[in-house]
Write a protein that binds this ligand. Structure first.
Ligand code: CTP
Ligand code: ZN
Length: 156
């Protein structure tokens, strides 16, 4: 039996008509990206996810395509924390109309849960958490706690 044409052309996931393509996600982080966007298994959105796609000779990447959804600034900041090389492409009528490179902000307000249970940002006070980003680590400005690993699990 001969190989079908589509297999030879390596089509992995189709282009989308309208929505957002989050490309160049660090491989293995696609499901974390969905989680921080609040997208779960019961979503009614049309999604395509590709993981461990060959991106260059040595690198692999994940891609997430979400139809009919645009991201907020907070969403973009959260994605930067777990996928600092991600590119966010806004698609309209099949064309890339905007390409946004993510950038980790210097200050994160109300985005991270402090891992110190005694931190005032974890009390019942109406206080937003406040973290400064230093060399990829998160420094709580209330209690000086440092979060340096498993950042995805501390994102609100
Ligand atoms: N894409 C899509 N649907 C479209 C247009 C683009 O899913 N209608 C996807 C492409 O598959 C790609 C991403 O959006 O994953 C960016 O598209 P494009 O800018 O055309 O690709 P590149 O030039 O390869 O982007 P980059 O330089 O950022 O790698
Ligand atoms: Zn704290």
């Amino acid at each position: 039996m001969s190989t079908p044409d589509f297999a030879k052309h390596g089509l992995l996931i189709s282009p989308i008509e309208n929505g957002t393509v989050i490309d160049h996600i660090k491989s293995g982080e696609a499901l974390n990206v969905l989680r921080i966007l609040g997208i779960t298994g019961t979503t009614d959105k049309s999604l395509s996810i590709a993981t461990n796609v060959q991106s260059s000779i040595s690198e692999k990447k994940d891609i997430v395509k979400i139809s009919n959804m645009e991201l907020s600034k907070d969403d973009v900041n959260k994605i930067a924390l777990i996928a600092p090389n991600a590119t966010i492409n806004i698609i309209r009528n099949y064309c890339v109309i905007e390409k946004i490179g993510v950038k980790i902000p210097d200050l994160l307000m109300g985005v991270i849960i402090c891992s110190n249970p005694g931190c005032i940002s974890n009390s019942n006070e109406p206080i937003d958490s406040k973290f400064e980003v230093v060399d990829g680590n998160l420094h709580c400005l209330y209690c000086d706690n440092i979060i340096s690993s498993d950042i995805a699990n501390h994102i609100i």
